[in-house]
Design a protein around this ligand. Structure first.
Ligand code: GUN
Length: 293
């Protein structure tokens, strides 16, 4: 049976480290990092995320600024808010919660964020920095996955990693991060011929397709490390819902060497990495070294 990778515990440790870094920044430099989160409209899932982000930001000793705007906000008004946050010295990190309403162009808004405050790592400047190996801000979810993998496996050099999914938020940055760790990286997706055969060759599988329980145990190589980024809500017999990943956990845990559960695997790592990125962004802006923590 596979070892279960406890993302919840790892994320708690990471948040504690961020808390110590924040304390050091305060004591040595008189700096308190600040994170601004912008939420447009009333998406219940986004509201839960934003509430958790605010709570965990404050728990780590940072300032949290929340900007809730009505669904009817114009694109220009949102761009003006981003511009105001870019110029606000108390704000070191800016996150505009996605998805945005249809009348607003996501790319235009993301492009307006100061790349040095872009704690999501979605700005094309940060994408370019990541792919060319320059220091920059890295998207939180793939960063969390790579931290879990390095913690579990140590050196990733030469390992064959198959990423299933090619989104800008997870699949593509995940590929860049694993390449940086000297993996042999493959991005598979919905048009891949013989997806099952590709996954079978993988030492590391990162599942980020958004299709519930698609990857089955018999797709995996014996002993593979499986990171499940999927969050799919399915109805139960009792009329409630439960979360499942993109990997069929019950069959996969019989074959994998280690696997992340859903929930409690990758999920908690995302906000922990956001807090980590806010500290990094603060240090970058203020020209101080990132404290060891
Ligand atoms: N919506 C869902 N996940 C994310 C994320 O990581 N960042 C932002 N900005 N919006 C999201």
């Amino acid at each position: 049976m596979a070892e279960i990778i406890d993302g919840k515990a790892f994320a708690a440790g990471l948040r504690e480290r961020v808390g110590r870094q924040v304390a050091t920044l305060g004591e040595k430099h008189g700096i308190t990092p600040g994170l601004a989160v912008v939420l447009v409209g009333e998406n219940p899932a986004s509201e839960v995320y934003v509430r958790n982000k605010g709570k965990q930001t404050r728990e780590a000793g940072m300032e949290s600024f929340e900007y809730k705007r009505d669904e009817s906000i114009s694109e220009q008004e949102l761009l003006d808010l981003v511009d105001e946050l870019n110029r606000d010295e108390r704000v070191n990190g800016i996150l505009v919660q996605l998805p945005l309403p249809d009348h607003i162009n996501d790319e235009k808004v993301l492009a307006a964020i100061d790349p040095d405050k872009d704690v999501d790592g979605f700005h094309t400047v940060n994408v370019g920095r990541l792919w060319t190996g320059l220091p920059g801000l890295v998207p939180c979810t793939p960063l969390g996955c790579s931290l879990l993998l390095k913690d579990k496996l140590g050196d990733l050099s030469g390992k064959h990693a198959v990423i299933v999914g090619r989104s800008n938020i997870v699949g593509k940055p995940m590929a860049a991060l694993l390449l940086r760790e000297n993996c042999t990286v493959e991005i598979a997706h919905s048009r891949t011929h013989d997806l099952q055969g590709e996954v079978k060759r993988a030492d590391i599988v990162v599942a980020a397709v958004g299709r519930r329980e698609m990857i089955q145990g018999d797709w995996l190589k014996e002993g593979a490390t499986v990171i499940d980024v999927g969050i799919n809500r399915i109805p139960t017999d009792e009329g409630k819902t439960r979360l499942v990943g993109d990997v069929h956990f019950e069959s996969a845990e019989k074959v994998a060497g280690a696997i992340t559960p859903v929930p409690g695997g990758v999920g908690p790592m995302t906000i922990a990495c956001l807090l980590n990125n806010t500290v990094e962004a603060t240090c970058l802006q203020r020209g101080v070294e990132v404290p060891a923590g």
